[in-house]
Design a protein around this ligand. Structure first.
Ligand SMILES: [Zn+2]
Length: 299
């Protein structure tokens, strides 16, 4: 099918509604059959405009059946798609020549496909047996701020995040956002077993932002998170932070900077590398879109 703007928007709406597909905190997220059913529902809702298994041949190897259509015209089979995405990830990192062997990198982990894809790319790169193998060291950080959920749900989320990251063989740290906002320190980097989640975390957080408009509040929270990431990176001797920003977040950062009259921040908030601090902040997924990463997870 043609991925017209209208079809992409329709696809994204149906996709968003099927949280089982993209939410790693969803109870049935690991159940391949149920996830496949959700993809089939998206296909039905698209009214024949999109098919889970499109029928053309792969553009690259020309032999295998197509699995995914990217940028409306590039058709790939599963193998070529996997190889292509990993190559794209490593090419962007390699070209920058920033991260050196044995450097330590802090991964900012969030709920959703992009973060899972990032761990997948890193694991695959580390496990390679070729000279192109990734050789840096990795620590993962999750900021606990899911205040829209109940205490039980929040506990469930961090349990699943811990399982997911550990399954990739990485070490995960948790920091409750409210603790950072209250003490402004990361004197103790929280481990899973010591994490304290309380029902009044959100009201404690909001008490810090009384009389501040919503736009400014979001802006300040984003800056605080950025500061938190840099503080944790320094504490763990990490020279780099990887954000899971895809092309969508990159474009939305661009628009919000422009609308807030902060055009001078654009190269830092949307580029591959933000080197305003001693710790460099990189966006290794900035050339990927959600659709690519969603398909990656479906494999
Ligand atoms: Zn192929």
């Amino acid at each position: 099918m043609e991925w017209s703007n209208e079809n992409i928007l329709a696809f994204l709406d149906f996709y968003e509604a099927e949280s089982i597909v993209w939410n790693s905190g969803h109870n049935d997220h690991k159940n391949r059959n149920l996830v496949y059913d959700a993809w089939k529902r998206i296909e039905r809702n698209m009214g024949g405009r999109y098919s889970v298994a499109e029928t053309d041949k792969c553009n690259k190897c020309r032999t295998e059946k197509s699995y995914v259509v990217l940028r409306r015209k590039d058709v790939y089979c599963k193998n070529c798609f996997l190889t292509g995405t990993i190559h794209k990830f490593k090419a962007l990192l390699g070209k920058s020549r920033l991260v050196r062997p044995n450097d330590k990198v802090l991964i900012y982990h969030k709920i959703g496909h992009p973060s899972t894809a990032l761990l997948h790319f890193l694991r695959t790169g580390l496990d390679l047996n070729t000279p192109k193998k990734i050789r840096f060291e990795i620590d993962v950080l999750f900021i606990e701020d899911q205040y829209q959920l109940t205490v039980d749900e929040r506990q469930d989320v961090i349990k699943k995040i811990k399982e997911e990251v550990t399954a990739f063989g990485f070490k995960i740290h948790f920091i409750p956002f409210i603790k950072y906002i209250s003490d402004n320190s990361i004197s103790e980097i929280m481990e899973y077993d010591n994490l304290h989640i309380s029902g009044n975390d959100e009201s404690k957080l909001l008490a810090n932002f009384e009389k501040i408009s919503n736009t400014n509040k979001n802006e300040i929270m984003n800056l605080m998170k950025r500061r938190l990431l840099v503080d944790v990176a320094k504490h763990l001797d990490c020279k780099f932070i990887f954000l899971p920003d895809t092309s969508v977040e990159t474009a939305s950062n661009l628009l919000s900077n422009m609308s807030l009259g902060r055009g001078c921040h654009v190269p830092f908030d949307t580029g591959f590398c933000d080197d305003r601090e001693d710790v460099k902040i990189l966006r290794p997924l900035r050339l990927f879109d959600m659709k690519e990463l969603a398909f990656l997870q479906q494999i």
